[in-house]
Design a protein around this ligand. Structure first.
Ligand SMILES: CCCCCCCCCC/C=C\CC(=O)SCCNC(=O)CCNC(=O)[C@H](O)C(C)(C)COP(=O)(O)OP(=O)(O)OC[C@H]1O[C@@H](n2cnc3c(N)ncnc32)[C@H](O)[C@@H]1OP(=O)(O)O
Length: 280
């Protein structure tokens, strides 16, 4: 009781310490009382994942791990979007080297989060399609605001999510639900996501989501951290091993797919539609 009250007080603006950070598109704030770090994605308007954001994310995860924080909460500074996934503008009309860098940094960011030994939770304070869902499902716990969307919608875009990218999704959903959702490219509403187990709790505000994430991380207070992290990593080891085997080929597959003229054309149309929609 005392512990959860303390977490609530602290999440509402108790003593906080800003860590020195050299990154710009992510920020890290460690709560002095709980030792929990909040990592915020800050690339308005939708936290689309360009190379810089992915590199900054890795650097912030590294910073949190080396500062021995008790856990990591991932959230967004954007008011209605957790992350819109990969920055399509960056993938459009570019060269192979850039595509190689984008995919390599997405892989690096995913493995840094998925393989982190710390307790991790996502306070999903907005929509989380595609790469946004990837980051959320790399965490161990998800709390989401009502009436937002989350899922891997790749097939809706005519593209295929590789196996590693589905790992987190497959960790939390029954195989049958995951297969159907992935083949349909389904985006779940928050309420549907809760019913299926894709998210763990709903919160009405970002502050409440942060509190609930902190309470999840607080649930490990009495567990030996080494035993906890080794147990977590045992659950994830098979996926990580499979990923390591194919990661180089996966980059080349992505570059070949994303540079195909018909895929580039599709991206152009998709971007145009996004822009038309946002002007309405
Ligand atoms: C697409 C082909 C890729 C082919 C490559 C092969 C890849 C294989 C494996 C794929 C793995 C991961 C893929 C991805 O992550 S692809 C990204 C998929 N993301 C989406 O489909 C989400 C698109 N965005 C939205 O649906 C909505 O923006 C939103 C997130 C629901 C938010 O809605 P909103 O109303 O709050 O904001 P909106 O007005 O739509 O957008 C504001 C501006 O942001 C621009 N924008 C949105 N999303 C992206 C994006 N992903 N990349 C770049 N830019 C984006 C949007 O165009 C608006 O711009 P502007 O203000 O008009 O200039």
């Amino acid at each position: 009781m005392l512990h959860s009250n303390l977490l609530r007080l602290v999440a509402r603006g108790g003593p906080k310490r800003w860590m020195s950070t050299t990154t710009k598109l992510t920020s890290v704030e460690v709560n002095d009382k709980t030792g929990i770090a909040t990592l915020t994605l800050n690339r308005p308007p939708v936290n689309s994942q360009n190379v810089q954001l992915l590199v900054d994310l890795q650097s912030s995860i590294g910073e949190i791990e080396s500062n021995k924080s008790r856990g990591l909460i991932l959230t967004s500074a954007c008011s209605n979007v957790f992350s819109a996934g990969l920055d399509i503008l960056e993938m459009y009309n570019t060269d192979e080297e850039r595509l190689r860098t984008i995919w390599t940094e997405l892989q690096n960011a995913w493995i840094a989060l998925y393989g982190s030994s710390l307790p991790t939770a996502a306070a999903i304070n907005g929509h989380a399609p595609a790469g946004g869902c990837l980051l959320a499902t790399a965490c161990e716990y998800r709390v989401m605001l009502p009436k937002r969307l989350i899922g891997l919608n790749e097939t809706q875009l005519g593209i295929i999510a590789p196996k590693w990218l589905m790992s987190g999704f497959l960790n939390v959903l029954p195989q049958r639900v995951a297969e159907r959702a992935l083949t349909q490219g389904r985006l779940f509403t928050t309420e549907e996501a809760l019913a299926e187990g894709l998210v763990d709790e709903i919160a009405n505000t970002k502050e409440e989501a942060l509190e609930k994430c902190a309470a999840f991380i607080g649930s490990f207070t009495k567990v030996n951290p080494l035993a906890r992290s080794l147990t977590k990593l045992q659950f994830r080891a098979e996926n990580i091993k499979e990923f390591e085997k194919i990661r180089k080929k996966d980059v080349e597959d992505f570059v070949a797919l994303a540079s195909r003229p018909e895929v580039q054309k599709g991206m152009g149309i998709y971007l145009e539609n996004l822009k038309k929609k946002s002007k309405k």
